[in-house]
Design a protein around this ligand. Structure first.
Ligand SMILES: [Zn+2]
Length: 193
């Protein structure tokens, strides 16, 4: 078993809580510290996962970076390596110079079965399904980027002006296939590489 106690799946009622979701017990002033995952000065949240209520849709800064840098699933926090990787992000394709273009997203990738679980429980994804705006991308190649914050953003988060501070980690999608809900539901688990 490769899930440590730290990565244990927590639930709120019948709903699985994504590993990176912020809990109300953690929602205090953020601070600057060396991120244990990015190894650079970064905006950090207090660590008290499971305390209070989960704030769905609001990621804990340090756990968000952990998932992306360590390549773990947004929902279950287990490693993504060797499994089908899914993006459910709304981030759009942007053209960038000689390399053509990419998609940059702050949402960590998920396993295929976990993507299905997210679609079942997440209100905003359910709204997407009703509106026909759900994005399902089967990710074939990606890499990690760290986003540097502006001084103004650092001040807003932590109350001090500092340069060179990292905020979220981002997933840069380099190669993917556009899929849909039907594919997610019907094509079997992890069979499609
Ligand atoms: Zn997962």
């Amino acid at each position: 078993m490769n899930v440590t106690l730290r990565h244990q799946q927590l639930s709120w009622g019948a709903v699985p809580v994504p590993y990176a979701a912020l809990w109300s017990g953690e929602a205090a002033q953020m601070f600057i510290a060396t991120c244990p995952h990015a190894k650079v000065p970064a905006i950090c949240d207090h660590e008290a996962r499971g305390t209070g209520k989960p704030i769905f849709g609001k990621p804990h800064m340090t756990r968000q970076r952990e998932l992306i840098i360590c390549e773990r699933c947004d929902l279950c926090a287990r490693p993504l390596a060797g499994r089908t990787k899914i993006s459910l992000s709304h981030a759009s394709f942007r053209v960038s110079g000689a390399q053509g273009g990419c998609i940059m997203q702050v949402e960590p990738l998920v396993h295929k079965d976990c993507a299905l679980e997210c679609v079942r429980h997440c209100p905003s994804l359910k709204r997407d399904i009703d509106a026909g705006t759900l994005f399902v991308r089967h990710v074939l190649k990606h890499r990690t980027q760290l986003a540097l914050l502006t001084e103004a953003a650092v001040e807003e988060f932590c109350g001090v002006r500092r340069k060179g501070i990292v905020g979220h980690a981002k997933v840069e999608l380099q190669r993917w296939r556009d899929r849909d809900l039907h594919w997610l539901v019907n094509s079997g688990n992890n069979g499609d590489k």
